[in-house]
Design a protein around this ligand. Sequence first.
Ligand code: PXG
Length: 285
Amino acid sequence: MKIYLSGKLVDKEQAVVSVFDHGLLYGDGVFEGIRVYSGRIFLLKEHIERIYESAKAIRLEIPLTPAELTQAVKETVAANNITDGYVRLIVTRGAGSLGLDIRRTSNPQTIIIADTITLYPREIYENGMNLITASTIRNHPGALSARIKSLNYLNNILAKIEGTDAGTVEALMMNHKGEVAECTGDNIFIIKNGVLKTPSADAGILEGITRNAVLQLAREAGIPTQETTLIRHDLYVADEMFLTGTAAEVVPVVSLDGRQIGDGKPGTLTLRLLGLFHEFTRRAD
Ligand code: PXG
C-alpha cells in the first residue's frame, strides 16, 4: 500500500509523522472521508471544498492548492489500484512544541490513505438498524462548530461508546438546545406523511455531503423536503427513518430507544432513495 505523505508516495511503513505533530497532541487538524466507485472519486470537488473550509475555520493553511490536493488524491487512488474503496484525506497542523501555540508549529502534514471500508454489516441494510439516543450531546457550536470536520472526534466517540454499550452500531446525538442533531458519523432523516425531513445545517451538525446529495435526489424525484428543527418525539412517531454518510451511504433505521419506527421494516421511500443514491454513485464524480 502506498500512502501520500506531504508530496511523496511512500510505503505504509515509511508513512510516519512526528510525535510532536499537533494533530496527535491536540487533535489539531482536519480530514475527509471520500468514496471511490467504479474508478471514479465520488463528489471529490465537494470534499475538497469542505476540507478547505474546515481548515479555514481552524486557521490552518493547507500547503497545497485545491487543484494540487485534488491531483494528489487521484494519484494516490491510482497508485493503489483502487476502483471501489475509501480515501482518508488528513491535514495536520504539523510538528510544534509541547504547547498550544500554533505559531510554534511548522510543516502541516498532508496524508492520503486509499483503502477499502465496510462500516456496517450487510444485514443492517436489509433489515434496518436499531438506534439509541446518547446522553452525550453534540459539541456546542460556541465551543467547536460541528461543521468543522476536525481530527478531534472525542465528542462523537463518547456517544458511539454509549451506542456500543447498548448494543447498537450508531447513536443519535441531540444538540445543546435539546433538538435532534445527527449521529456520531452519519446524518439523520425521517419521513412523515410523505415529507422528507432532516435537521437544518444550523442545528449543530456536520453538513454531510451524502445528506446534501440525498436532499437533491429527493427534490429531483418530486419528494417534498424540509430542513427543519426536529425533536425526539418527531423521530419516535416518524413513518420512516434513515441515516446517510460517505461510508454508510443510506441506512434504514427501524427502531429508536425501543420505539419501533413505522412497521419496523426499512421504509418504501427510504428504499427508493437508497436506489436513487446507488444509481447516482454510478454516474456522478
Ligand atoms: N456527521 C458526522 C459527525 C460525520 O463524521 C457525517 C455526518 C456524514 O457526512 P458525509 O459528508 O460523509 O456524508 C459524518 C462523516 C466512521 C466515519 O468511521 C464517519 C465519517 C467520517 C469518517 C469516518 O464512522 N462521517
